[in-house]
Design a protein around this ligand. Structure first.
Ligand code: ATP
Length: 450
């Protein structure tokens, strides 16, 4: 979804829950525990680029798996795709990106609304009368050249959204899958935007991932389908454990809508730096299919086999940022309490999303019989679920702290009683409480909770 004039819209909204310290704490924990590293760090970094560490990679994968499970795998009417990042430049001409991202834009110094320089008469902002900046090239697409020689005809771009890969495959899907309306296409993949000011950690980066759906419908169904997808999006947010008291719906006012959209809803989240867009839901009409049909010369109409009518389906687009989800999840899960008289930090992930499901410890690392038993328990659990860790480093308190900080819901300790009665201590992350469980019941216990 291209949002030009409405980009700064949410800056006007009363910001709640600003907590710059919380952001600093999250960034620090993310680095310390292997969630997120600054991109190219040993060379001083690269603004707007981040690397996911071993723990972050699993969390990110869990987010994407959960999304795919809900919106693609368990549905009959959604088809998954994985389209190329590099596309013919004509795609971006037809979609409006070449024009939209390359024109000189001016920005109001007061309300921060942006306009195409050639569409504003005078030097005053049409919205608030504020002073406009000098025109700048706001080229958000990363341009590159295909092949060894840079000459006209081989320009292309790193895609700024995954959506177009789905629209240009519409005919392929009709021809191969023979779907009936309504049906949708979905994909997860990288997108690149040369953001003028990347900021707020993962929130605004230059390389990020999107999870997008293009849902094709009959025009008359759009209000019903719009509401349906709104509910589906909210349901998923709750399912993954976002703090729903921080999620709000904001309808983009009609005068700020992109020209092709009849309705756009933004889901905003109270991030530690303020209330900002998390996801979008847009009714795009038949803008994309019509434009690609016109530009490519291909017939992209749908044939209704019952009525024999040919028409361009309309599209509802739910769009999700993976990295913003990741950040919102960290912000939702980040917790501090007092446990046993000591301050502790823990991430309250839902067990299904937690990168590590359980950690297994021998009480003492210098007692071979405990270590051997703990290794056996660990290997058995790993067969049941691979996301288990073994840790014999440092004292038990330190090990708990490490697991709390990556959000591991259960820690299993093998002690001297284990050698006598084959039971272990299971410690619950959120309460810190412990219970004794027979080893043979351990996998069943975890299965119930995960
Ligand atoms: P914004 O107004 O914040 O720039 P947008 O309206 O341009 O966002 P869309 O074009 O709707 O964003 O992109 C779909 C989703 O992709 C967004 O809801 C967001 O989750 C994610 N996204 C967009 N830009 C970025 C970025 N620079 N960094 C990380 N995620 C992004």
């Amino acid at each position: 979804m291209i949002t030009f004039a409405n980009k700064k819209y949410f800056k006007d909204i009363n910001m709640k829950n600003q907590d710059e310290n919380l952001l600093a704490d999250i960034v620090s924990l993310a680095k310390r525990r292997g969630f997120i590293f600054p991109g190219s760090e040993i060379y001083g970094g690269l603004a707007g680029a981040f690397d996911y560490g071993p723990i972050g990679t699993i969390l990110k994968q869990n987010i994407k798996n959960s999304w795919w499970q809900k919106f693609v795998a368990t549905r009959q009417d959604l088809y998954g795709l994985d389209t190329a990042i590099l596309m013919n430049e004509k795609v971006w001409q037809a979609s409006g990106h070449v024009l939209g991202f390359n024109d000189p834009l001016v920005e109001c110094k007061k309300c921060h609304h942006r306009f195409r320089a050639d569409q504003v008469a005078g030097k005053k902002c049409p919205d608030c009368g504020g002073e406009l900046s000098a025109p700048k090239q706001f080229n958000m697409m990363f341009q590159t050249a295909v092949g060894p020689v840079a000459e006209t005809g081989n320009t292309t771009y790193l895609r700024p959204e995954t959506a177009q890969g789905m629209f240009v495959n519409f005919k392929n899907i009709l021809d191969t899958m023979h779907p009936k309306l309504p049906f949708g296409l979905a994909q997860i993949g990288k997108a690149f935007r040369n953001e003028i000011t990347p900021k707020d950690f993962l929130f605004r980066s230059r390389e990020f991932e999107q999870m997008e759906i293009e849902y094709f419908i009959k025009e008359t169904d759009w209000p019903k389908q719009f509401d349906y997808w709104k509910d589906e999006m909210l349901e998923w947010m709750e399912e993954i454990g976002l703090d729903m008291t921080k999620v709000f719906e904001e309808e983009v006012p009609p005068e700020k809508l992109a020209h092709y959209s009849k309705k756009t809803l933004d889901f905003v989240f109270d991030f530690p730096f303020g209330r900002e867009e998390l996801y979008g839901l847009a009714y795009r009409g038949d803008f994309d299919l019509k434009n690609h049909a016109k530009a490519s010369g291909e017939n992209l109409e749908y044939l209704d086999s019952e009525t024999n009518e040919r028409f361009y389906p309309h599209t509802i687009e739910p769009t999700f940022g993976v990295d913003r989800t990741f950040l919102a999840l960290l912000a939702s899960a980040y917790s501090v309490d007092d446990l046993g008289g000591e301050k502790r930090i823990f991430l309250k992930f839902k067990p299904a999303l937690a990168p590590v499901k359980a950690a297994v410890f021998p009480l003492l690392r210098n007692k071979p019989e405990l270590v051997k038993k703990a290794e056996a328990v660990f290997h058995d659990l790993k067969v049941f679920n691979p996301y288990m860790v073994f840790d014999d480093n440092g004292n038990i308190g330190k090990r708990y702290r490490r697991q709390d900080e990556i959000g591991t819901p259960f820690c299993v300790t093998i002690d001297f009683d284990t050698l006598k009665d084959d039971t272990v201590t299971v410690r619950h992350r959120d309460s810190g409480q412990q219970e004794r469980i027979a080893i043979k019941k351990l996998a069943g216990f975890l299965q119930e909770k995960l």
